[in-house]
Design a protein around this ligand. Sequence first.
Ligand SMILES: C[S@@+](CC[C@H](N)C(=O)[O-])C[C@H]1O[C@@H](n2cnc3c(N)ncnc32)[C@H](O)[C@@H]1O
Length: 170
Amino acid sequence: MNGDDGGDGVLVRPIGCIRSPFTDPAGMPIQPAGAAGVRGLVEILPEFRDGLADLEGFSRIILIYLFHRSEGCSLRVVPFLDDREHGVFATRAPRRPNPIGLSVVRLVGVEGCRLVIEDVDVLDGTPLLDIKPYISAIDAFPDERCGWFNDFARDVRKVQADSRFAEPGP
Ligand SMILES: C[S@@+](CC[C@H](N)C(=O)[O-])C[C@H]1O[C@@H](n2cnc3c(N)ncnc32)[C@H](O)[C@@H]1O
């Protein structure tokens, strides 16, 4: 398999970097819904530029990236929105076995190797692993069950992060 390092792991390499106004996890938005209008940039390495062809036709894109400032891994976490513990795979918490995040952001424009984006909920300098177009006919399921999150959906715009996942876990 392409990217297999021959051992237990799988090698992936960043295709670029996400720029945002956020340098400290504490006090920043916890999801794009809480970061409406917050502008950022995606800087793509020149060798991947050709892969951006036709992306400007999409108003939202899915960024897949590394939580590079998350410390350690916890299988049970207390997410920002709740004061109860949940299994990490039932949350979007950064401290996970593979610290990978995804954000559906607004694509404002494509300028060469740079994408101008809005609704950014990631730290400045976050390594970008992949981009996919957001396609509502494929990706949107607005009426599905959302577990514990249902009780907190209204809060996602106003709750801000703290530094709990940027410190070594238990
Ligand atoms: C709850 S996560 C959700 C991220 C993404 N929308 C998701 O669902 O995967 C967002 C929080 O992760 C933290 N964070 C963002 N970028 C990070 C990074 N590069 N490394 C570590 N933590 C990060 C910040 O505290 C931010 O508020």
